[in-house]
Design a protein around this ligand. Structure first.
Ligand code: MRU
Length: 343
């Protein structure tokens, strides 16, 4: 498994996911604004990976603050944290990481600023290590839901690259594969960024897990023909009632799964649950630029000046979700009660 993000000397570097599978290249961040840019232009993407990047970005930002006195240091740190929060709106892991880092700095008011800076870097390393561990635990809990010899549909990339390592949805798939279940995967290509074709297929092929890629619009037909046994996706934010925000196209997969009586599972860490959001309608959905739709690579393929809608995520109502797989265990409906007991 290639790493997603790491400290390298005094910089943060991330594998540039825009270039996979063609090239495996590092994108080096010398300051926190490089991290923000990396998140915005999708050098790094996937909810937990964005959280890790935000934490490392804040540690980088803290290092660049010149003041040695706590109050002015904190004032600047909070400004950086605010900028970081605006990088991308949907994945709540970003806010979760920013709040964890800010709390840490707030609780160290009596220490010299230099100590706070090094504690922030250590905390960002801890968040990365914890994320990998959480995904392994999620895999163990989730793999019990995967029957031997089954075919699993997944959407987007909820793999090692979308996290600190191992993956959420792909973590469950990896755990099922490691336990010898002889599974296979169907990956939606996931227009317009093609995370399924470029990243999920790449990761699974590297691990020797059989994978076939389909055009997004083939999923329904394959379900009707009984070629898919279950669906597992990741999530960017889960509301208190179990509604799930995930990559655009997830909703239609969930509805099709329900109609075809196929279980639809969501694998996500507890940090993806946002108890402040009552239901999915309140989750902010990112709108991205039109060129992602009318261009293919560098080539414009739509008629010049065509209007485009490009919501990057959608909301799957809880009624279509069979279970939510977390590092603490599997939450079954009714989700409102189940989620509360897991927080
Ligand atoms: O736009 P992206 O690539 O950041 O969207 C990613 C997804 O929607 C993933 O499914 C989600 O973040 C879960 S990743 C473990």
């Amino acid at each position: 498994m290639i790493p997603t993000i790491e400290w390298h000397n005094n910089h943060v570097r991330m594998i540039d996911q825009r270039k996979i599978p063609g090239r495996i290249e590092w994108f080096t961040c010398r300051g926190y604004r490089d991290v923000i840019r990396g998140i915005q232009v999708m050098v790094i993407r996937g909810a937990p990976a964005i959280g890790v990047a935000a934490a490392m970005g804040l540690a980088l930002g803290a290092r660049s603050i010149r003041s040695k006195l706590y109050t002015p240091f904190m004032k600047k740190f909070e400004k950086i944290a605010h900028e970081m929060l605006l990088a991308r709106p949907t994945a709540v892991n970003l806010r979760w990481a920013v709040e964890r880092m800010t709390r840490l700095a707030e609780n160290m008011a009596e220490l010299p600023v230099i100590k706070i800076k090094s504690a922030l870097r250590q905390e960002s390393e801890k968040i990365l290590a914890e994320d990998i561990e959480i995904n392994r635990r999620m895999g163990k809990h989730g793999q019990g839901l995967v029957p031997k010899g089954s075919t699993i549909l997944t959407h987007c990339n909820a793999g090692s690259l979308a996290t600190g390592g191992y993956g959420t949805a792909l973590g469950v798939i990896r755990a099922a594969h490691e336990s010898g279940k002889k599974i296979q995967v169907i990956a939606d290509e996931t227009r317009p960024w093609l995370q399924g074709l470029r990243l999920t297929a790449f990761e699974l092929m590297e691990d020797g897990i059989p994978v076939s890629v389909i055009a997004d619009n083939a999923a329904g037909s394959l379900m009707r023909r009984k070629r898919i046994d279950l669906v597992i996706t990741g999530a960017d934010r889960i509301a208190a009632n179990g509604d799930v925000a995930n990559k655009i196209g997830t909703y239609q997969v969930a509805v099709l799964a329900k109609i075809n009586r196929i279980p639809f599972y969501v694998a996500a860490p507890i940090s993806t649950i946002d108890p402040t959001i009552k239901n999915g309608d309140m989750i902010p959905v990112e709108e991205r630029g039109p060129e992602e739709i009318y261009r293919f690579g560098k080539r414009e393929i739509g008629p010049s000046g065509v209007r485009v809608l490009n919501p990057a995520f959608d909301i799957t109502p809880a009624k279509y979700v069979s279970a939510i797989i977390t590092e603490k265990g599997v939450i079954r409906p009714p989700f409102k009660k189940g989620i509360k007991s897991y927080l």
